[in-house]
Design a protein around this ligand. Sequence first.
Ligand code: ADP
Ligand code: MG
Length: 251
Amino acid sequence: MSLLATDGLVKEFGGVRALEDLSVSVDRGELVGVMGPNGAGKSTLFNCVSGIVEPDAGRVTFDGEDVTGDAPETLARSGLVRTFQLTRELETMTVRDNVRLAAPDQQGERTVPALLRTDAMQEQERRVRERADDLIETFELERLADEYSSALSGGQRKLLELARVLMLEPDLLLLDEPFAGVNPTLTREIAGRIRDLNDGGMTVVVIEHEIETLTELVDRLIVLQQGRLLVEGDPEAVLSDERVIDAYLGE
Ligand code: ADP
Ligand code: MG
């Protein structure tokens, strides 16, 4: 049984069909790439799956349950998480706070005075701090931990975005262009982290426009064109498929 499946997804934006009867699936433990020309519907697919936009038709199934139209927070709690770019508000926080505050269920810290916090709350807060520090170390952001996030380079921001979503301990991680604007060295670094997460058992789906990076990273490729599934399968086979070559030549 697949961990994630879409069945006949349709999404229209003012007459533009971003997704047209799209059915794709991902098995538990897979590392899958989604590619396709600009406007093919890649981000819309992620948005429909992660509850950011509601599809006009079709179904999303996660871990055997129909989750179509569920809110992003609900999905995140059940283990389905996508990365988000840092907002302006988050840029005015330090790297460390950004990572810590990504943890779920932290109402305790903000609303309950220190004196009234239970042992369980304090234990939970300690775990959050530890996990955040571990992730900051894993992503080699220690040197920058107390800097404002606005001071980070494009690539460092991508690392921070990854560290943040990992606070949610996802089963399924959706990454939308994790290498965009990242230099080759950091690209290799981020690709390595993604592979490590997958080796550790996490199911990962990566959107990427750049073909070479994605082909080296993933086990299977899904290619979209104009909201439809064009080709899917083994990366090498997909890349030599004439339909894919044609789709990219038209760019
Ligand atoms: P990709 O990520 O593959 O580049 P998108 O999913 O972002 O493609 O976009 C697919 C199509 O849907 C494009 O024509 C885009 O302009 C349109 N689209 C996506 N999101 C919106 C939106 N929120 N409002 C209007 N049109 C949108
Ligand atoms: Mg996109």
